[in-house]
Design a protein around this ligand. Structure first.
Ligand code: ZN
Length: 441
């Protein structure tokens, strides 16, 4: 059993509290912005002029849930380039509908759309609540964060007496008719959306007439916890991919000064394809890098030189081997929890890793004293993807896809290793500090 040093335990503890404070992508961005402000980062508005200086600390938000934090490097940008870490702020789950209240016999239920690809069965029998943002009809319109924080909703399982084959066939939920969330007994009232709007207004302490819309995540209120004989594992919601966001920002803040310009690009909408004005397929990162280089006095050629001297680490969680289910894994690529960052490779470019980017990343692991492992998906199962391919292609910069090993990806409660989180912070720190990205001559 691994011994967990106090510093590494504190990093995992900080991760769990960060996730507890981030029940939606909007809360995640808000929590990160607060943290960055505490560490001396200045908020830049995309509508305003920017003034930047070497080793200054800055961050930009786009639409409250995508965030880019950066620190201009000490060396000239065209030769030193950008050190980018990309991750995502959203997680799969359920989103409340526009007309959420459902007319159903005996119970008042709230209807939700499926966001991304959650493991639906894991949402049953959990202490669920709602968090996200609400638009208010003010002049001009405003949005505010909302988090009910206490259990408000539930998706009770069907008792085994009515579902006798559940242990042989698994729990299958009809996505339309069996997902509405139970909230209250009906008591002869006609259910209308007004019931929910009044509840929301009383929580926000506002006039119900001013509420014009919402984006509300259903989430599990159980806090993140350590487990294992030596507390060497963590269990929490949204480890995919708030763990990578937390590792990236922790590594970003670790050094006062580096030659290259450090950038953490943390996007919403990865779980639904990233095609939005704030997603990784949108212009946010390219716009921000262009503004950084232009504000620092670079012309187009110098900006292009900077991109050619840059590198992207696309950090998203990886599949940890679960020995009860060997059939799910490629037998020569079993990645083990607490044995270090996973380098993800796919011949069909679902991941960006190639031989040279892997050599660079392994070099940073070795310098940091961090072990690493390799993952390849089975041929007979479709492989997932992440923001690496689209970001790297759009910017024309070399990239690698890596992540900490994770059990039960897209479950309402995922699980990972304390050491892996520390290892990821350590290797990203080495990457940020590296003076030059070697050319593949
Ligand atoms: Zn992910």
């Amino acid at each position: 059993m691994p011994t967990i040093e106090p510093t590494r335990r504190r990093q995992a503890e900080a991760l769990l509290r960060f996730i507890d404070s981030s029940p939606s992508p909007w809360h995640a961005a808000y929590t990160m912005a607060e943290w960055l402000e505490e560490e001396g980062f200045q908020n830049l508005d995309e509508r305003s002029d920017w003034e930047l200086e070497a080793n200054g600390r800055y961050y930009v938000l786009r639409d409250d849930s995508s965030l880019i934090a950066f620190i201009p490097g000490a060396d000239p940008l065209p030769t030193a380039g950008f050190r980018l870490v990309g991750a995502h702020t959203d997680s799969p789950g359920l989103r409340l509908r526009s007309h959420p209240v459902e007319a159903a016999d005996t119970m008042l239920r709230l209807g939700a759309e499926i966001y991304g690809s959650p493991i639906l069965a894991t949402w049953t029998d959990r202490d669920l609540s709602l968090a996200g943002r609400v638009a208010l009809r003010h002049e001009p319109p405003t949005v505010c964060l909302v988090d009910f924080a206490t259990p408000l909703l539930r998706l009770p399982n069907l008792a085994i007496h009515m579902n006798r084959k559940v242990n042989e066939e698994g729990l299958r939920l009809d996505k339309q008719s069996e997902l509405p969330l139970l909230m209250a007994v009906l008591e002869n009232e006609i259910p209308t959306d007004r019931r929910f709007i009044d509840l929301l207004a009383s929580h926000l302490d506002c006039d119900p007439e001013t509420i014009s819309g919402w984006e509300l995540n259903v989430y599990d209120t159980q806090r993140g916890a350590f487990w294992g004989p030596n507390d060497e594992f963590v269990a929490s919601a949204r480890l995919d991919n708030l763990a990578s966001c937390h590792a990236a920002l922790t590594a970003l803040m670790a050094e006062d000064e580096t030659p290259g310009t450090r950038v953490c690009a943390l996007f919403d909408h990865e779980e639904v394809g990233s095609e939005s004005f704030k997603g990784a397929a949108g212009s946010f990162l390219e716009d921000t890098l262009t503004r950084i280089s232009t504000t620092l006095g670079m012309d187009g050629i110098e900006r292009r030189r900077a991109l050619a001297a840059s590198f992207l680490v696309s950090a998203d969680m990886a599949h940890a081997y679960q020995p009860n289910f060997p059939k799910g894994y490629e037998p020569s690529h079993k990645t083990v929890v607490n044995l270090g960052p996973v380098i993800k490779t796919n011949a069909n470019l679902r991941y960006t890793t190639e031989a040279f980017s892997q050599a660079l990343f392994c070099g940073w692991c070795e310098e940091a004293g961090v072990p690493w492992q390799q993952y390849v998906h089975r041929n007979d199962l479709p492989c997932g993807s992440t923001i690496g391919p689209m970001t790297s292609a759009r910017l024309g910069i070399r990239s690698i896809d890596v992540g900490s090993p994770l059990w039960a990806m897209h479950s309402v409660r995922e699980s990972a290793g304390v050491l892996d989180h520390a290892y990821m912070i350590e290797v990203l720190g080495r990457f940020f500090a590296c003076p030059q990205i070697p050319a593949n001559a």
